[in-house]
Design a protein around this ligand. Sequence first.
Ligand SMILES: [Zn+2]
Length: 206
Amino acid sequence: MKLSDQTPSQKAAQPVATARSTAASTAAPATRQTTSRRLFLLSTTAAAAAVAVGLVPRLVRPARADDARRASAPEHFEVAYSDAEWRKRLTPGQYEILRQEGTERPYSSPLNDEHRTGTFFCAGCALPVFSSRTKFDSHTGWPSFWTPLDNAVATHTDTSFGMTRTEVHCRRCGGHLGHVFDDGPKPTGLRYCMNGLAMTFRPQPA
Ligand SMILES: [Zn+2]
């Protein structure tokens, strides 16, 4: 009697061990194990039970696919060109900043020293993005502003280079302009740190 009581529970435990060793052996150990451990910890009791009966792959894969779709869902932009077309329309420097989220060398853009009254435009689609009224010298070597023009830019969270920053791009063509930080001057306390190469400037006619 005791032997037959124990047998089913031993059998039930088997798939768990198998699943774990499979996961560990099929891939880059650290990340895969961390991921599955986190998923396990976040699971509800029902999902944890599913883990025990070996249903994990079926439950997990659709959720991860959804997440990936959400994360990579492209923003829709009014002005859109193919990558090849952008390369033709922009200089290599502009392309690297606007289309590949590059960063120009500090103090390399003449727009950093542009102090005339006028308007800064997106170099990708010519949308007015900043006014000289809101420009200030941040001593960083990049043209800096405490606010953009209305309805000019959009942002997303940028976690590249091990930092969490707020990326700023043109709301019309999606061209990368720079980042925004919260160490700017009054009245907003914001510092829109822009790449001069991503913009053009037109002085206001006197
Ligand atoms: Zn644009």
